[in-house]
Design a protein around this ligand. Sequence first.
Ligand code: LAN
Length: 727
Amino acid sequence: MWEPIDIPADKSKPFTAYANWRLKVSDGGRHTWHYLQTPKESEKWPQDTVDKYWLGLPTNLPNLPPAKDALSAAQNGFKFYKNLQSDDGHWAGEYGGPMFLLPGFVIGSYVSGMTFTQEERLEMIRYLLNRADPNDGGWGIHVEGCSTVFGTALNYCSMRILGVDADHPAMIKARATLHRLGGATGIPSWGKFWLSVLNVYDWDGCNSIPPELWLLPEWVPIHPSRWWIHTRNVYIPMSYLYGLRFQAEEDELILSLRNELYIDDYDQIDWPAQRNNVAAVDLYSPHSKLLDFLNTILGAYESCSFPPARRLALKRAYRLICMEDENTSYQTIGPVSKMINLICRVHEEGRDSDAFRMHDMRRRDFMWMGPDGLRVCGTNGSQLWDIAFITQAVVEGGLATDPQGENCESMIKALDWLDKCQIRDNPVHYESAYRHRTKGAWPFSTKEQGYTVSDCTGEGLKAVLYLQEHLSYTAKVISERRLCDAVDTMLSMQNEGGGFASYELIRGPRLLEAINPAEVFGDIMIEYAYPECTTSVVTALSIFKKHYPNYRRAEIDRTTKDAISFLHSAQRPDGSWYGSWGICFTYAMMFTLESLSLNGETYESSESVKRACEFLISKQMNDGGWGETYMSCVTCEYTQHTKSQVVQTSWAVLALIYAGYPHREPIEKAVRLVMSRQLPDGSWAQESIEGIFNKNCAISYPNFKFSFTIWMLGRAHHYLEGLVQKN
Ligand code: LAN
């Protein structure tokens, strides 16, 4: 058990001295937060604006002359936002939202014999106190969701491990909610897994997670190498620990948790009967009959499991775990697999191993300090994604055209960062680890994490082309060959049907979704073609083509044509497109209408674009803004927010601009709304959460309130001027 800790009573005040926290940016945009212990250290490493802004401390940046039009509002916005650019050229940012990641960090560390500093522990506790539902004291799957068994049981255990007593008022309240929801027996499968690892659930209560699947021949359509890469990378180490029935050693805390989490006596629980028991509030993707059938067969296999096959399968899984660790400098593809891989490595190699040290060090890449405490992020940041949007916004808005202007240095630094971020080679463990090519790609976060993402490559390439080709004062730091490498990677990613997926080609049949065992997420078993990813790729190819008209021209043209027909096929009868990675229809429509405009399809010329615009206009709110809640993504139906949102308003206006929407009033009204929300220092306040994944979990993109507002205001200014001339 970890050392006892004193928890202050008032959670609204920091539990640590906020003046002592620093964000360190190193190695290509790596983020780690540090707590300085002495005044001498603070003197040597003063707190800067980036630290202050993300900690929620006053930045004391000056008020700017009030904007007189959209363009000067964009200029003011960037004047503020430039202060948040790190010395290395990128914009750091928080990437929180999901509430099931911190528990993996705490439980995974606890069972592996790692701990956190006192300050980290205190601020994690404070974060969970601040994020508990004010009414019932529980936690949901993400920060805006209602309390669920998944969120409440896992975060309850985290609080207890971090050092909060069972009789703390917050624990009493959370426990009451957990019990009202039926207790931890009905936790969804990933929760069953974490609780079993912690030894407060019985592995007999889990459906089988057989590592033997990796022994199937690769041509079998359900072979795990064909699964979506996140699902695959989570289930590899899960199957390893399940195969071993790994459990933490019993201690006082574990014994106590067994009493706290359940309504019934722990020793009396009928564990096999819990395998398919999932609380109603948690359930998003119910089991299919096929999955239940497979689970029954696999359950029978477990009771007579064939030891040599299991041994072989565990060896195979372990090899895959090591390759993933080595390919990603021990970050793995995301924070869930990271902590499970760590437990596997420690189990096999001990606490004195290099793997232990590397994993320990890399935990910090995911931990982010905010005004409300310390959280765990969805990835090690969204570095590339954020820099790609803001640079395009600045260049397109004409904010950095003047070679003597105040924004040149910022753009030169940004280009330098993009140069360093491009992945130059394929992974060390490449086909052997079932990886897609990475040469020439841009990742979502940092080069070191090292995964190709189709749309990140597209947006990264666009940002580079804008900075290198559209500005007179920048050098062509990224050679033509390297730009072509990015194109080669993108061209390798088109699926039959013309669409682009996220990290890889679609490798498995849709039928695989019928055996999605996660219960809380939708569409996670295979890759799917997404309108957003497809657009980022084809718009990048089209801009590339303008500057380099001869490279793989015929293929680029064919790819674009097929992509456009995919986009048409994905349009819903009401004229909209569903967004899978941002909330929701406004997000996807901004992307899609950009692609269609490249194809010459506008409001005037295309029936499909006209319907799309009419859909958007029908959703505009009385104040001129747009606002959707994450429920749009969950229910697949447009769900109005109670309040308009600057980010979605900007997406909707950009969509209308791409479509060549001919009426100025809706656009003017929206511009006025976004301008009216701008604060005197040029910034915008944080509003509701912006992103989503797997249909059911929201995730924060706090930098969007700068990149898309600035982008929209700049473009709208020029667009409205153009409309005046036309009329
Ligand atoms: C992301 C974040 C970025 C996102 C876009 C680039 C926006 C998208 O267009 C493609 C998919 C991608 C890369 C994506 C995939 C799923 C991620 C990695 C996330 C939403 C961030 C967190 C999420 C990851 C799966 C969270 C961990 C949870 C599990 C279910 C394993």
